[in-house]
Design a protein. Structure first.
Length: 222
């Protein structure tokens, strides 16, 4: 069985400039994903797909193979799924492919292994990291004309423990059986539940700083 890890890392991040290589606890952020993939010992090839020379240099220094993506896959509107499928098409011969995001420094390799193991046992095409919502979406509301409007008024007076559990994509990793022709979808595929602290979506400076604090609290004390 041959597996490939694909780390999509575009250079044009807007809210956090150079996010993928910004120093996180002393190392470029993308280094954690590369090292995690290597530590898992699941992959025969680890590819960083990028359009940025600086990211490419750092990725190579940490032991990844770099493949430069075409310009049409480097704009603000191209989704990571398109990049994932493109890299798979350019690297035939692998049975399973994992898209591992470069902004997951808190993720541990055990969940990458679990994602692959669960997928191998199933008839699904994909497995993916997921996390339970921090608070129930059934208590959510819109603000219209400065007033709250419940999205699900039928649940307003229910006890929290009686509300259905709801989960979201953790934005961490996705495994695919490469024999499947369809592109990624959540429906009918396998969620691998992560601890909440492992699933911070690093999208703003505040997210970045919170993730650093968590990393220091968890890993510096081990």
């Amino acid at each position: 069985m041959k597996n490939i890890c694909i780390i999509p890392a575009r250079g044009g991040s807007k809210r956090i400039p150079k996010k993928n290589i910004k120093l996180f606890h002393g190392k470029p952020l993308i280094a954690y994903s590369i090292e995690n993939a290597k530590k898992s010992k699941l992959f025969q090839k680890i590819v960083v797909s990028t359009d940025d020379k600086e990211i490419a240099k750092i990725a190579k220094n940490f032991g990844a193979e770099v493949q430069i993506r075409p310009k049409k896959l480097s704009d603000d509107y191209t989704g990571s799924t398109e990049v994932f499928e493109y890299v798979i098409s350019k690297n035939p011969g692998f049975e399973y492919a994992c898209m591992l995001y470069p902004t997951t420094p808190l993720l541990t390799s055990e969940f990458l292994k679990k994602g692959l193991e669960e997928l191998k046992k199933s008839n699904s095409c994909f497995s993916f990291g997921a996390v339970e919502f921090e608070s129930s979406i059934f208590r959510g509301f819109e603000i219209i004309n400065k007033k709250a409007k419940m999205l699900f008024p039928e649940y307003e007076n229910k006890r929290t423990q009686d509300l259905p559990k709801v989960y979201r994509d953790a934005g961490a990793f996705y495994w695919k059986k490469t024999t499947c022709k369809e592109k990624f979808t959540f429906n009918n595929n396998l969620p691998i539940i992560l601890p909440r602290w492992m699933a911070i979506d690093i999208d703003t400076i505040e997210d970045f700083e919170m993730a650093e604090k968590l990393y220091k609290a968890i890993y510096d004390n081990n």
